[in-house]
Design a protein around this ligand. Sequence first.
Ligand SMILES: [Fe+2]
Length: 280
Amino acid sequence: MQKLHHNFGVKIPAIPDLSSLQSLIREHRAVVIEHAQFDEIADFQNWLNQVGNVSAGGNSTHADPAQAYGKQYDRAIKVVQHDPGLPNGGMYYLDTQGTGYWHQDGVNYNRGHECYTALYSVTTPAAGGDTCVSDLVSAWNDLSDAYKNMLRPLKTVNGNRAFRIWNEAYFKRYPERFANELAAFEKQRPLVTVDDHGRESLNISPKNVIGIAGMHIEESNGIVEFLCRHVSRLEYQYRHHWQPNQVFFFSDESMIHYAVRDYYDLPRELWSCKIDLSDK
Ligand SMILES: [Fe+2]
């Protein structure tokens, strides 16, 4: 068993039995499995349903498959990026609908500590297309006691939208999705959480956080700016370079993630699901 990072994550050579896998996921919060093999997306989903409960609506922000960044299959998503339609030299990272920005998924509803993203690699580019995670527990642990005490009672205000990503071309191409994102209520969430192991963690999604509840924007801007910079430092990250037939689980609550859009037009296909281990 190989470590992914000093503070979290392990890589294992094959799919273990279910209870070992559940323990590994809970303890290490990120698990890479090599030499997995699923022929159909339904096979992947059925196996995941034994590991945990595959949540309904793998990704609720993409309710309309035609507008999703990937095609939706029941409760799994086939992640294949669109041709961005940008001129040569155009910014491919804009073609991520917010996945190419540090974020947690589903900030508009509480998933809880036991929720994880599960990805399976079908086709991987020769270079690029990595998936990065950054650990909010490590980022929290490095803060001073004085700063932690200030943060503990705070709540963040969040928008369920890729508000830094939308540009004119996207407004035109996905008018309905843009309207839905604008219509979603802003959501308040605790800035600091404690999981069932007693581990404290920051709980912040740089893509979504707007401010701190109850503060003037002048007061909260400095805190939000520092925290977004702090949680995206290289020291807290694991960057997964994909090989085909790998599964990557990572925590949805105690980690932020980032899909690097640097593979241009090379083919890349991942299958994505959300699982909940809470009653397993
Ligand atoms: Fe995501």
